[in-house]
Design a protein around this ligand. Structure first.
Ligand SMILES: [Mg+2]
Length: 462
């Protein structure tokens, strides 16, 4: 309802909600430029790629062997001929900067419209865009927030400057006197976690201050406000792969620490209003839409299959499989009223589309997506609204996942061992319900070049 109210508040006229939402998505700042000059009358390609970056294309700042060769297969005359997006959980740079890096690494022109950062889907959360938000992360976080659409942004560093007495972690930075500007500081209305900060102690302290004072750090409230202010988080990756042999601590670790701290201090659970980035389903809705727009520019009539290539079973594979379940359920719903008739139609349709439909497991098809992600109010409202809209937004028919062995996942490690029912180490975020089936990839290949070759063989392309 909050989403609907926000939309109505921003809408110049009272249009049906589905129409407004469709316009919102289409106008969410992801206008696809005419970067492809090789627009063709007809392109027989019926598929598209979503590539993870870290552990698939690069390790740290070093391109992986065969990455360049893989992407040459997807291009002609230096430009893409196959619809391709780069979907990363990184969030510490602008899309234009990431596109520039990719162009240099791959020797092929990548535009910012082909890049989905972990924070990109926040464009759809317009109900927060005019609120006073505290943002945490590293890199140009203020510019990133403003680029997405936020108009009233304070960084942790700015908050620390306005309230210099709050940060006592570093004894050298201790200030005795309160800041004179405190009383004029407008209340913070939401906290946005873009990514892990460079140094954790000050953000930990100040975010806790904001949550415990209902957005006014100079306040001394008699009771702890609960529920606390909305917290929107991007990039839940616990670990990520750089040049080192062992994975590095990711934003998921910072979130885990913050959640533990909040629980310990208040005795209550920290809640997220939205969780964005892989494996969140909303990231894939956003990517599917962008891929469809890119396909149109390339003369591809429809993307039937999406191939998600990644190195992390709990983000890339889990997220791709979760989205495939959504696509299956959507197809099933569109084929009602008769399940029998539905199955007949499935058999009659393209076999490759159907091999990921579990004909015998109707219960699974009926499962609501929300059970895989709890307490994600804003996420689910946006997704539910997307599901209600049956027109205008074209979707792929299925989504396959390809796990490469050049990053977090190492060959010889069974994915089921990472997420077994008797789990020892669960790397998923707390709010994502464990389903061992979702971390099993459709395919496992050595590297990104083999992933592209595999898809070309399956699709008999070019
Ligand atoms: Mg990765």
């Amino acid at each position: 309802m909050a989403c609907r109210r926000a939309l109505r508040a921003h809408s110049p006229c009272r249009q049906p909600f589905a129409v407004q939402l469709l316009r919102l998505i289409k106008g969410c700042g992801c206008a696809v430029r005419n970067f492809h000059t090789n627009k063709t009358a007809y392109n027989k390609c019926q598929f598209g790629f979503l590539f993870d970056i870290d552990g698939v294309i690069v390790r740290g700042r070093k391109p992986l062997p065969h990455a360049k060769e893989a992407f040459q297969l997807l291009a002609q005359d230096g430009q893409f001929k196959v619809p391709t997006l780069f979907v990363t959980n990184a969030g510490n740079s602008l899309r234009s900067r990431k596109a520039q890096q990719l162009s240099e690494w791959l020797g092929i022109q990548v535009t910012e419209d082909q890049v989905v950062m972990s924070h990109s889907p926040l464009k759809m959360f317009r109900q927060f865009h005019d609120k006073h938000v505290l943002v945490n992360g590293q890199g140009p976080v203020k510019a990133i927030a403003q680029n997405i659409g936020f108009t009233n942004v304070t960084t942790v560093e700015e908050l620390s400057h306005r309230f210099p007495d709050l940060d006592k972690m570093d004894h050298q930075r201790k200030k005795a006197a309160p800041c004179a500007f405190e009383e004029f500081f407008p209340k913070i209305e939401a906290v946005i976690l873009f990514g892990e900060p460079v140094r954790w102690e000050t953000p930990m302290q100040l975010i806790m201050d904001v949550l415990l004072t209902d957005g006014q750090p100079s306040n001394d409230l008699p009771d702890i406000p609960y529920p606390h202010l909305p917290v929107l988080a991007c990039n839940m990756d616990l670990l990520w792969m750089a040049e080192n042999r062992l994975p590095r601590l990711g934003h998921g670790c910072f979130m885990n620490a913050l959640e533990g701290l909040y629980q310990k201090i208040t005795g209550k659970e920290m809640k997220y209003t939205a969780l964005i980035g892989k494996p969140s389903e909303i990231t894939y809705h956003h990517a599917d839409y962008l891929l469809t727009q890119q396909a149109k520019l390339l003369g591809v009539p429809q993307i039937r299959r999406i191939y998600c290539v990644g190195d992390n079973p709990t983000t890339d594979i889990y997220g791709g499989n979760l989205y495939n379940r959504y696509l299956q359920r959507r197809r099933k719903d569109s084929n009602t009223p008769s399940q029998t008739a539905s199955k007949k139609r499935r058999v009659a349709s393209h076999r490759a589309d159907d091999e990921f439909l579990d004909e015998d497991n109707d219960d699974e098809d009926d499962m609501d997506t929300s059970i895989y992600q709890r307490d994600s109010g804003a996420n689910m409202r946006v997704i539910k609204s997307l599901e209600e809209d049956k027109s205008g937004v074209e979707k792929a028919l299925s989504c396959e996942t390809i796990l490469v062995c050049t990053g977090v996942f190492k060959k010889g490690t069974e994915t089921t061992a990472l997420l077994s029912p008797r789990l020892i180490c669960n790397h998923n975020h707390r709010d994502f319900v464990i389903d061992p089936m979702l971390i099993n990839p459709t395919h496992v290949v050595p590297d990104v070049l083999e992933a592209v070759k595999l898809v070309f063989e399956k699709e008999t392309y070019p």
